[in-house]
Write a protein that binds this ligand. Structure first.
Ligand code: C2E
Ligand code: CA
Ligand code: CA
Length: 686
């Protein structure tokens, strides 16, 4: 419906306005008889105008109301004003209605009062609301909990008396301010998370947090938050109920202190600190944060204890605990696991440098102790560190790894610290990575062989080559055998490698015998873990020799001295079996291990390979020269041929020729070669 314009408004008759009005508009004569009764009055009181015209309003009044009516009529009749008032009327149905009443005199043309105009409005529902809100206000203000509401932009809108008490701000100081007024800085972000959780229909009930009192002190609070909706279901703000639980928390702390704290040192006991680690794991997981576990041990506690007695030892521990506590940040935790073992949890660091600095500070703090109770002692401590989540996601693994690092640092250099990831971790990870890759390499044909000629010392003829394995990883590139062979030995992959090498070597050799002669030899490096681990290895080689049409004499097994350390009946038996097959045995790297001349007598040895370490300095080091001389002479006496490895210069070659080494091997003659290059090499020298 459109609003009437100004001109049409004035054209409307007063009568029409009165009849349309929702309020009851009633006129009476001075003796109280109704002279007009509009539609609003009909609706409000239930009587039609016919029923009321010419009648008094007595039926509408409760018994006391009659007196009130008389007074009003008298006052108006005397030309006096009547202030608007509230009163009760009785509806036709008998139901009481509360109305607000304004009364005006009606004057005749000469200005005398001749009647009364009453405008009455139903205020029952308004009163009910008012009553309710008074009621609520009374409840809210008598509550022990702070009840606060805030708008969407965080402006405080209501603030009850408990809020005044809890936070120290009066309602007029708080209302209109941002809710951050009562937040410690570190909690700003938390509020947003809580609100978005509430909006996501996850109610927040009794959430434990901290708030700020007007005087700056922190209060522990338990908070519940609910959204406030408008009539259309839109969120217009939030109400919060907060309870001060500072005392409760203090009680809890006191209680946990009794069961979680170490009587001797006053810091957390084993139970306490381990619980703390568990909690930190959960918290860090949720927040996506790291923390560090420092396992600390005194280096010389036992000596102190033995020298000064247990009671004094206890004092040292208490002192160390105090120092540790002084040198970590307030939020970090320190506890004693037992004896002189301490555990520290550090968090809130930005990078590993921060952890290292903290560890250094702790180590320093202990070594700075000069004396305890006047006794001059100098304790020192070692620290092993693991980091969540890199080094482990469970308490056991983290603790284990921190202790692992601790053991390392104690072994290497006490009075210091070590990160598990820094040393052991990276080595282990690298090892694991390589082992995985090596397994794939065996299947993916990333391994291949090269051959290094072994020359006769006198005329440099070549009738044998050493077989060396190579690994070309598609991403890591060339991985040296010195790196992956020991790993393969350690992780049980060596027999697979050795089998591959033997098979490939025999396959190559079978192609060469026509070119190089039937007596040509491949010298294969034999890992003790595969060649001397079971009798099957002999059978396998026998079968393969047969398969490729070769004889035992075509193969030399190079065995390092270390393999002989297992000087057992089994070693003897296998060596004898190879010997019977015609396979030759060479002792590799002779002189670097635990050389025992008894081996030369006991086992069927055909060659000795003098290690390159003795060759490299043979011109300048008399000792090396003498050693080579002795070995060669000795070998000759027992009928063993000598191969000298690592010849790089002509002088080395001449020296060893003069010492009458039977064979020479080294870069001077040739580096290890591919099959193709070997064929060219052989063509060139013969
Ligand atoms: P090794 O048995 O002592 O092999 C000789 C090493 O000396 C080879 O290194 C060879 O390339 C190197 N070399 C040869 N001449 C010279 C020289 O004049 N100067 C210098 N500086 N070095 C020279 P490579 O190939 O890196 O092999 C290292 C070690 O890896 C070998 O030492 C051997 O113990 C092991 N290995 C290599 N291939 C195999 C294999 O197929 N199976 C097993 N089980 N071990 C292998
Ligand atoms: Ca070798
Ligand atoms: Ca060697």
């Amino acid at each position: 419906m459109s609003l009437p314009s100004q001109s049409s408004l004035s054209a409307l008759s007063l009568e029409a306005i009165v009849s349309e009005c929702h309020d009851a508009i009633i006129t009476k004569s001075l003796d109280g008889k109704v002279t007009s009764w509009n539609a609003g009055a009909e609706k409000l009181f239930g009587y039609s105008s016919e029923e009321r015209l010419g009648q008094t309003m007595a039926v509408l009044f409760p018994s006391l109301g009659l007196q009130e009516e008389e007074q009003i009529l008298a006052t108006i009749g005397n030309g006096q004003l009547v202030e608007p008032f509230r009163t009760t009327r009785i509806h036709k149905s008998g139901r009481p209605i509360v109305v607000s009443v304004s009364v005006s005199p009606i004057r005749n043309t000469v200005g005398d009062v001749c009647g009364v105009l009453m405008v009455e409005r139903d205020v029952s529902s308004f009163l009910r609301q008012e009553h309710c809100s008074n009621h609520y206000e009374a409840i809210v203000n008598s509550a022990d909990d702070a009840i606060i509401s805030k708008s969407l932009d965080g402006t405080i809108e209501t603030w009850n008396s408990a809020a005044e008490k809890m936070f120290g701000y009066k309602a007029n100081e708080a209302i209109g301010q941002n809710i951050k007024l009562i937040f410690p800085k570190e909690r700003y972000a938390e509020e947003e998370k809580l609100i978005s959780s509430v909006l996501g229909e996850k109610p927040i009930r009794h959430f434990r947090t901290t708030r700020l009192h007007k005087d700056g002190r922190k209060i522990f609070a338990s908070v519940s938050i609910s959204p406030i909706f408008d009539a259309y279901g839109r969120v217009t703000g939030f109400s919060k109920i907060a309870r001060d639980i500072t005392k409760e928390i203090e009680h809890e702390k006191q209680f946990s202190r009794q069961i979680n704290y170490d009587g001797l040192t006053g810091i957390l006991n084993r139970e306490g600190i381990l619980n703390c680690v568990e909690e930190l794991i959960q918290l860090s997981q949720v927040r996506g944060k790291k923390f560090a576990l420092l396992s600390l041990n005194l280096d010389n506690f036992r000596a102190i204890n033995e020298r000064y007695g247990k009671a004094f030892g206890d004092r040292v521990l208490a002192r160390v605990a105090r120092e540790l506590q002084c040198h970590i940040r307030g939020a970090d935790e320190v506890g004693r696991l037992g004896g002189d073992e301490f555990l520290i949890c550090l968090f809130g660091f930005s990078d590993l440098e921060g952890v290292k600095k903290a560890a250094q500070k702790v180590v320093q703090a202990v070594s700075d102790i000069q004396d305890v109770k006047g006794v001059n002692i100098r304790p020192t401590a070692s620290v092993g560190i693991s980091i969540f989540p890199e080094d482990g996601k469970s308490r056991t693994v983290l603790l284990n790894r921190a202790n692992n690092a601790l053991a390392q640092v104690k072994h290497a250099n006490k009075n210091s610290y070590l990160l598990y990831s820094g040393v052991i971790g990276s080595e282990l990870k690298q090892d694991n990575l390589l082992v995985q890759e090596l397994k794939l390499a065996l299947n993916n044909e990333e391994l291949f062989l090269v051959f290094q000629p072994i020359c006769h010392a006198t005329d440099q003829r070549v009738d044998k080559v050493e077989v060396l394995v190579r690994w070309n990883h598609p991403e890591l590139g060339f991985v040296p055998p010195d790196v992956f062979i020991p790993l393969a030995e350690k992780y049980g992959l060596i027999s697979q490698i050795d089998e591959f090498v033997v098979r490939q070597a025999l396959k190559h050799l079978s192609r060469w015998t026509g070119l190089f002669g039937m007596d040509f030899q491949v010298s294969i490096n034999a890992s003790p873990f595969s060649f001397f681990a079971d009798e099957d290895s002999v059978n396998r080689i026998r079968d393969q020799l047969h398969e490729f049409g070769l004889k035992g004499e075509n193969v030399v097994l190079e065995i390092t001295e270390h393999s002989f350390l297992e000087d057992t009946a089994q070693t003897q038996k296998l060596l004898d079996a190879y010997h019977e097959l015609g396979v030759k045995i060479a002792i590799d790297d002779f002189g670097t291990g635990y050389s025992s001349l008894t081996y030369l007598r006991k086992y069927p040895i055909d060659y000795l390979k003098i290690d390159k370490v003795f060759v490299s300095a043979i011109e300048s080091n008399q000792m090396d020269y003498n050693l080579c001389q002795c070995v060669i002479e000795l070998a000759k006496k027992v009928g063993i041929k000598v191969v000298t490895e690592g010849i790089e210069t002509s002088t080395q070659k001449e020296t060893l020729q003069s010492l009458e080494s039977d064979y020479l091997q080294g870069y001077l003659f040739s580096k290890p070669l591919s099959e193709k290059a070997l064929l060219e090499y052989m063509k060139r020298i013969h």
